[in-house]
Design a binder for this molecule. Structure first.
Ligand code: NAP
Ligand code: ZN
Length: 348
């Protein structure tokens, strides 16, 4: 066992406190990682504040992890000490079921093991990246390409893969018109990736306050959703809409922006059900779908894509004692565009 400094929340409204946690001994297939950076995803906030239910306190969130390999087990072939590596939303799966063998570990038939808040046999739960170190099976460790800045690469491990996967699946590319709803952590990376894929990208944000940034990230159009005219002007325009909003939305208004056969893919995960009349889907033959992170092979592909196209997150690096304040700013949509905890300098 190795002990590492960490942050933990002990209830939905406790905020974070410093603690230490124990990681398992390095097994034959394990990689021990000294964590340098951990991104703050809105899913961390949903979990810590128990907005989805099922929080297993104490919670140590963090699934956008970048660090350096400290030790490897004797059967590990892919990594050696000193390598810069990443860990995303998952740290284990059965490896044998139909989904795992297709590289869709997130849908493992026996249940994927999330980087944090998954129950362990001893009654505790997995703990994530707001900690100075982690031990992970090498199948779930990702090489971070040298071309990427490690701190700006950390958010790619969730925000990057969660948007890359549906953009690719639904054909974002030259000739396609893509709208990104919500330009926060996921949304701003979605804009960059969709533009790098060659799509024509439009941002649909609550206001025009981030318009200049959106255009710099590669969008060609930017509209405020609080302006009803936005929905008139863009009716029937888009092939694909990626909805990254963490709050409830009038989803039919967004469906009306799709062309025939258009796809609205939600990755944002608020708690209320959508309200959709069947006619809103049937007449123009629209697809309303969702997407969860991505499989491990697709993570590797995404990181190579981002390295090749210079896609990194825009980050605000913060100290370990600033996480509570950062959460409030994320919830207030006051994030430009991902908070990343400087673990090595402020927690370790
Ligand atoms: P974020 O940084 O907070 O971004 C969400 C954005 O949504 C905000 O920046 C804001 O953009 C917009 N928004 C917020 N409240 C709104 C409201 N009331 N009405 C309209 N728009 C609103 O969050 P994130 O980290 O990108 O995560 C977004 C969502 O994706 C969360 O629900 C998270 O749990 C989920 N998620 C899902 C997956 C998956 O696998 N499906 C993976 C990761 C995260 P504007 O200021 O531009 O309007
Ligand atoms: Zn996330």
């Amino acid at each position: 066992m190795t002990t590492f400094p960490a942050l933990e929340a002990v209830s939905a409204d406790s905020g974070f406190r410093r603690t230490t946690i124990e990681r398992r001994p390095v097994g034959a297939h394990d990689v021990e990682i000294e964590i340098d950076y951990a991104g703050i995803c809105h899913s961390d906030i949903h979990t810590v504040r128990d907005e989805w239910g099922g929080a297993r306190y104490p919670v140590t969130p963090g699934h956008e992890i970048v660090g350096r390999v400290r030790a490897v087990g004797d059967q590990v072939t892919g990594f050696t000490a000193g390598d810069t590596v990443g860990v995303g939303c998952f740290v284990d799966s059965c490896g044998r079921c139909d989904q795992c063998t297709q590289g869709l570990e997130q849908f493992c038939a026996e249940g994927v093991v999330a980087t944090y808040n998954t129950a362990l046999p001893d009654g505790s739960a997995t703990r994530g990246g707001y900690s100075a170190g982690i031990v992970v099976d090498e199948r779930f460790v990702l090489r971070v390409p040298e071309a990427l800045d490690p701190a700006k690469a950390a958010p790619l491990l969730c925000a990057g893969i969660t948007t890359y996967a549906p953009l690719k699946r639904w054909g974002a590319g030259p000739g396609s018109k893509v709208a990104v709803v919500g330009m926060g952590g996921l949304g701003h990376v979605a804009v960059k990736i969709a533009a790098a894929m060659g799509a024509e990208v439009t941002v649909l944000s609550q206001s025009l306050s981030k318009q200049e940034d959106g255009l710099a990230f590669g969008a060609t159009d930017y509209f405020a959703t609080k302006d009803p005219e936005t929905f008139e002007r863009n009716r029937g325009r888009f092939d694909l809409i990626i909805n990254t909003v963490s709050a409830d939305l009038p989803i039919e208004d967004y469906l009306s922006l799709l062309r025939v056969n258009g796809v609205l893919c939600s990755v944002g995960l608020p708690t209320e059900p959508y309200s959709v009349r069947p006619g809103a889907l049937i007449a123009p033959q629209r697809v309303l779908t969702g997407s969860m992170v991505g499989g491990i092979p697709e993570h590797r592909e995404m990181l190579e894509f981002c390295a090749e196209h210079g896609v990194e997150a825009e980050i605000e690096l913060i100290g370990a004692d600033e996480v509570d304040a950062a959460y409030d700013r994320v919830v207030a949509s006051d994030v430009r565009y991902r908070f990343v905890v400087d673990v090595a300098r402020t927690l370790a």
